[in-house]
Every structure is written in structure tokens, then in C-alpha cells.
Design a protein around this ligand. Structure first.
Ligand code: ADP
Length: 449
């Protein structure tokens, strides 16, 4: 791969370490950037070089484009991997790197823009043959909202076109609720995203969240790597993810996967991406596409044996995909638990020093974490401190292994969400794979035993 020799990793925490590992395996030099709060982070220790890019607040460090470009110039990095979050879906950042002759390990700025605006994303998906949630074509205004809601049929969901993180969403269950739902969604969207445009969709009652992993080479070749079921969510944040979905059979998987791969071929999409759907009564409904690596990507790696960061670097350097669709074999079942430094019941963040840390091991176990004994978790960033990924030949084997592994994992000194997973692993609905996107909220609303 001649084009890339040194990658600057514009991120922190477990994902910075994840990207660093892939670069090392490919023989590519690494540059870590960090805020003053992250000087002791594992990815900083393991990188070939590191540059401090500012004070703790993200806007002054991990979101500071000028500092990151300057760090590339100082170190001679010829490519940037953005990880997830921060600048990973910032089209302006991709443009600026391009103008400086630095490779952005991700899609083109145009593709980021198309998918970043949800109305455009939905229209594009539809034109590419992807099934979408029935809803408004274009923006919904207070004047036309009622008429559109009647056409769609109640209940309806009003969503921000610039949306993210589940903000700016409001349900209207009947005609009387439309006006207020639209105006609240608009003002929430304006406050959160500086853009008050909203659109309307049919509100699905008990869907699952199922997403398809795709990778394209930018030349019209693309593959899909099956699906992930991320229905177990709290406040629209994923908590536990599985591949494959307990709800799909092989034919359904290959059919929706092929629809997505085909759409990426038509789009000449470059890089890794995730096409997200709600799934109800055997039907898929596109909700959005993320044009980056996702937190839960390791479960796809577990069942396919394909390193997604290797593929991202390959396609960014013009080396193409390492596999064709026919060569991909889906093996067994994988589950990821997101371990947050939070109280397992109230989810209040719990930063502090980790006094003891013992990661589990054995066949089929992967821990992606920058945490270690003595590590002080800074209070400035999100509370994900690690991911536990378990693989087995069947879902039953995977669950049995997860139960064993959760007992081995020791993180002392702070509160973590590990006990939540110990509860979930003993739940009958989870054992049966019988849950939708509301299941976890209902479960957590029950009084603790
Ligand atoms: P965001 O970008 O804010 O995360 P998404 O469009 O991805 O917004 O939706 C986030 C979550 O909101 C989904 O995972 C699902 O739980 C819920 N949701 C979104 N659209 C609908 C819908 N039409 N019906 C029911 N729930 C929905």
C-alpha cells in the first residue's frame, strides 16, 4: 500500500487504540494527538509519536481542525483516521485535509454531506433502491404538518433533518398533538443543531434496530458484511449489540445486505459505512446512514474474520478491498457489551481512578479498552471505557461464554455497567432473543430486586 506511510489518529480512548493496532499490523507509523487531560492515555503511550493539541474541552482539542492539521504538518503524517464521533462525519474537515494533500481515511466530503442531512439521505437511499420509512418528502412546516400527518397515518414521528443522538424527535399520536410536536421538535432542533428543519415519518411501534455494514472502494465495488442487531438501547444509545440478529434468517440477511451493497456500488461509495434500519413485521425501513466506523464494528469482525480498519486504510490508499462478496463467510455469533464508567442503575457518570483492572481472556474473547490499573478516567468525555466482545459457534455458546467472561472481569475504584450485563445474561427474553427497541427502557423502569 504505497500511498499511506504515517497515520495521525484524530481521536482518543478505545477507538484510538483500535486504529493504532490496525496501523501497526500494516506496518504504518502512527501519531497520537491528545488533550492535556489524556497525556497518560494508552494510545499516546503506544503511538510512535504524539502531539498535545490543546486543553481538555473537546472543542479546543479533538474538534480543533487547525491544531490537527498543524499536528499532521509537524509530524509529516500523510493520512488521518478520525475514529467515530468528533470529526468523523465532518465534511469540512475532509475538505480541509484534501486541500492540504492529506488523505482522509473515510468517504468523500460529498458523501458525508449527503448522508449528514437526513432528508437528503432518505431521498438518496430511496433513489438507490433501499426501502425507507413512509413519510414526508422534504421539510415539514407548521402550515402543512397536519395534512402530511393525515396522509402518513397516526402515530407519526417528527425528526430533525440535522438530527443525531436521538435529539429533536417528537411523537404525535393524533391530530391534536401535531402542532405542538412540530413546534417543540423545531425549537429543540434549532437549539441542538442550529437548524430548525424537521421532517415526518410513520412512527413504528415495536421495531428492532438492525444495521448493515458496508465497505466500498470508491470505484464502484462494494461488499456487505451482514447485520448487527442494536435494539437494546437506553435513550437511543446502544448498550448491547449482536451479530447476527436473532430475528433474521440467512435469506433475509443476504437480501437486505445485497440491496445495501448494490446501493453503495451505484454511489461509488468509499470506505466503511453503516446503513441503519428499523425492522418490523418482516419489513426493513431505512432511517439513516453513518459514514464512518461504528462503536459496535468488532462483532462484525468476529463473525467474518475481516478487520474493518484494515479495509478502511486499504481503500483510502487506493489498494482496493481485500475480499469479494463470495469470499465472505459468516461464522457463529458475537455479542458486544459497552462498558461505561457509570452507575449500572442510574447511569450517572463515575469518573475516577481504576484501582484494579483485570480483563478476561480465553477462546472467543476480545476486550477493546484503553483502561489499565491506575488509569484515571477524565471527566470531560463520554463514559465508554471499554467494549467486551464474545464470539461462539452458536448464540447459545456465545451467551454461555459471556456469562463466564463477565464473572472474570474486574474493574475496581469506579462504578461500571458490568453488573447490568450480569442481570441481562440471566433474563429469559434476552436468552430467547425476544426484544425490541423499547425493551431495555421498560426493563430498567422496573424496580431493582
Ligand atoms: P439519531 O441520528 O438522532 O440517532 P435515528 O434516525 O438514527 O436518529 O433514530 C434513533 C432512534 O430513534 C432509532 O434507533 C429508533 O429507536 C428511534 N426511531 C427513529 N425513527 C423512528 C420511527 N420512524 N419510528 C419509531 N422509532 C424511531
Amino acid at each position: 500500500m504505497p500511498l499511506i506511510s504515517k497515520v495521525l489518529i484524530a481521536n482518543r480512548g478505545e477507538i484510538a487504540l483500535r486504529v493504532l493496532r490496525a496501523c501497526k499490523e500494516l506496518g504504518i507509523a502512527t501519531v497520537a494527538v491528545h488533550s492535556t487531560a489524556d497525556a497518560d492515555a494508552m494510545h499516546v503511550r503506544l503511538a510512535d509519536e504524539s502531539v498535545c493539541i490543546g486543553p481538555p474541552p473537546s472543542r479546543d482539542s479533538y474538534l480543533n481542525i487547525h491544531q490537527i492539521v498543524a499536528a499532521c504538518e509537524i509530524t509529516g503524517a500523510d493520512a488521518v483516521h478520525p475514529g467515530y464521533g468528533f470529526l468523523s462525519e465532518n465534511a469540512k474537515f475532509a475538505d480541509i485535509l484534501d486541500a492540504h494533500g492529506i488523505t482522509f481515511i473515510g468517504p468523500t466530503a460529498d458523501h458525508i454531506r449527503i448522508m449528514g442531512d437526513k432528508i437528503t439521505a432518505k431521498e438518496t437511499a430511496k433513489a438507490l433502491g433501499i426501502p425507507v420509512v413512509p413519510g414526508s418528502t422534504g421539510e415539514v412546516r407548521p402550515e402543512n404538518a397536519l395534512e402530511i400527518a393525515r396522509e402518513i397515518g397516526f402515530p407519526v414521528l417528527i425528526k430533525a433533518t440535522a438530527g443525531g443522538g436521538g435529539r429533536g424527535m417528537k411523537v404525535a399520536r393524533n391530530e391534536d398533538e401535531v402542532e405542538e410536536a412540530v413546534s417543540t421538535a423545531r425549537s429543540e432542533a434549532a437549539a441542538a443543531f442550529g437548524n430548525d428543519a424537521v421532517y415526518m415519518e410513520k412512527y413504528l411501534g415495536k421495531p428492532r434496530h438492525i444495521e448493515i455494514q458496508v465497505v466500498g472502494d470508491g470505484e464502484g465495488n462494494a461488499i456487505h458484511l451482514g447485520e448487527r442487531d442494536c435494539s437494546l438501547q437506553r435513550r437511543h444509545q446502544k448498550v448491547w449489540e449482536e451479530a447476527n440478529s436473532p430475528a433474521l434468517n440467512v435469506e433475509q440477511r443476504m437480501k437486505i445486505g445485497e440491496i445495501c451493497a448494490d446501493a453503495m456500488r451505484k454511489l461509488k461509495y468509499r470506505g466503511a459505512g453503516t446503513v441503519e434500519f428499523l425492522y418490523e413485521n418482516g419489513e426493513f425501513y431505512f432511517i439513516e446512514m453513518n459514514t464512518r466506523l461504528q462503536v459496535e464494528h468488532p462483532i462484525t469482525e468476529a463473525i467474518t474474520g475481516i478487520d474493518l480498519v484494515h479495509e478502511q486504510i486499504r481503500v483510502a490508499s487506493g489498494a482496493g478491498l481485500s475480499v469479494t462478496q463470495d469470499e465472505i463467510v459468516f461464522q457463529g455469533h458475537a455479542i458486544e457489551c459497552r462498558i461505561n464508567a457509570e452507575d449500572p442503575r442510574t447511569f450517572v457518570p463515575s469518573p475516577g481512578t481504576i484501582t484494579h483492572f483485570h480483563a478476561p481472556g480465553g477462546l472467543g474473547v476480545r476486550v477493546d479498552s484503553g483502561a489499565y490499573q491506575g488509569y484515571k478516567i477524565p471527566p470531560y468525555y463520554d463514559s465508554l471505557i471499554g467494549k467486551l466482545i464474545v464470539h461462539g459457534r452458536t448464540r447459545v455458546e456465545c451467551m454461555m461464554r459471556l456469562r463466564r467472561v463477565l464473572d472474570e472481569f474486574v474493574i475496581d475504584g469506579i462504578k461500571t455497567t458490568l453488573p447490568l450485563f450480569q442481570d441481562l445474561i440471566n433474563n429469559q427474553d434476552i436468552a430467547n432473543g425476544d426484544y425490541d427497541i423499547h425493551w431495555l427502557e421498560h426493563y430498567l423502569a422496573q424496580p431493582a430486586e
